[in-house]
Design a protein around this ligand. Structure first.
Ligand SMILES: CC(C)(COP(=O)(O)OP(=O)(O)OC[C@H]1O[C@@H](n2cnc3c(N)ncnc32)[C@H](O)[C@@H]1OP(=O)(O)O)[C@@H](O)C(=O)NCCC(=O)NCCS
Length: 338
């Protein structure tokens, strides 16, 4: 057979939606599962007869066999399956942290796109620049100097914005949600939120800026105060001993691995950070810190917020998120449920 046959788990998975012609496997199959093949075998036994004139039934069978051959020729290239039962096909990328199925074209191509975005960030194109005035995009800071001496600017807009800027934010949030394994933000949350983007000038001839960081700041009403290091330590100690856990029942665990707990009392808090992301090649330059400060200063017009006074909260933070939260907010940042 001249057809180049390759197969994947992906092609197998999607087979329900394919035409019969694309289902012809590269390896022999049982007669039970392939009625067409069974007909061809019947046709061979008929050809041993002395009378070689095809009967009407045989003529029908031959024409079907010809059709099958045509269909096989038309069949597009598939990918060869590798059965290796002692090795998993699930790969975990060390550069972006995402897991994907090796050999599944859809999975591999999705991984390639997202991996690049997680490492280098997306571009802020000329189309988005043109729509800035129409979408009420504000530049809230400029000439911000990073540790590597590069200078960038911060823009802000409503998170439920439409048009090209809305599409760009949707794509960016898709990458962020994948990185954080978070669900998509609901339309209600987006309506009550502002997006802050850190833009760096392009280093390529395209002249397009890079989105080197993003936070979504949400209007909230209450959040919980983080327990002091001494209180967190006491909980950890009490859970190790067989004493009654009076202290631990009074506190809520945020991240037991990191020993982070908070007090259950809801306290009035105006701003929550629901998403925080910096592409890996731009980290530890101070971008997250600058974005958070810009949001605290401008989220409520004419009313700058102070994280050290408990006026800013994070949703359940990651390890890196906790480090930024503690560094930027000095222990005053609160925790809220998204
Ligand atoms: C968390 C994240 C946004 C931090 O962005 P960043 O731009 O690298 O952070 P900054 O450079 O502003 O860091 C500010 C301070 O936070 C602390 N910090 C940040 N990342 C840290 C890390 N990985 N380990 C230890 N401390 C860290 C440091 O004190 C740092 O100051 P320093 O660099 O002068 O020591 C980024 O690592 C990221 O996108 N991670 C993946 C997504 C994620 O986990 N988001 C958090 C959701 S809550």
């Amino acid at each position: 057979m001249s057809t180049n046959v390759k197969r994947t788990y992906g092609s197998k998975r999607g087979s329900t939606f394919r035409s019969k012609s694309s289902l012809i496997p590269s390896s022999p199959v049982s007669d039970e599962s392939s009625p067409k093949r069974k007909r061809v075998l019947q046709e061979h036994s008929n050809l041993t007869d002395d009378n070689l004139q095809p009967t009407p039934k045989r003529a029908r069978t031959l024409s079907r066999a010809k059709e099958n051959k045509k269909e096989i020729k038309k069949q597009k290239t598939l990918t060869q399956l590798h059965f290796c039962i002692d090795q998993t096909t699930l790969r975990s990328c060390t550069r972006c942290g995402l897991s994907y199925t090796k050999g599944a074209p859809d999975d591999e191509s999705l991984h390639r796109t997202q991996c690049l975005r997680i490492q280098k960030g997306m571009e802020w194109g000329r189309e988005e620049d043109k729509e800035m005035a129409k979408c009420n995009v504000l530049q809230v800071a400029s000439g911000i100097r990073l540790k590597d001496k590069k200078k960038g600017r911060i823009i802000c807009f409503k998170a439920d914005v439409g048009g090209k800027i809305g599409s760009k934010l949707t794509a960016l949030l898709e990458t962020i949600n994948l990185t954080l394994s978070s669900p998509p933000l609901t339309p209600e949350i987006l309506r009550d939120s502002k997006a802050y983007l850190f833009l760096l000038p392009s280093s390529t001839p395209s002249g397009r800026e890079k989105i080197a960081g993003c936070i979504i700041a949400q209007r909230i009403s209450t959040a919980m105060a983080i327990a002091s290091p001494a209180e967190c330590e006491a909980v950890v100690q009490s859970s190790c001993s067989s004493d009654t856990h009076t202290q631990s029942t009074a506190l809520i665990a945020v991240d037991t691995g990191a020993g982070l707990f908070c007090h259950p009392t809801p306290l009035p808090t105006p701003m929550g950070i629901s998403r925080l992301f910096v592409p890996s090649t731009h980290r530890r330059q101070g971008i997250a810190r600058h974005l958070l400060s810009a949001a605290a200063a401008t989220f409520i017009h004419g009313c700058p917020l102070d994280p050290r006074k408990g006026e800013v909260a994070f949703t359940q933070p990651t390890g890196d998120g906790s480090a930024v939260m503690m560094d930027w907010g000095g222990g005053g940042v609160r925790i809220y449920e998204e």
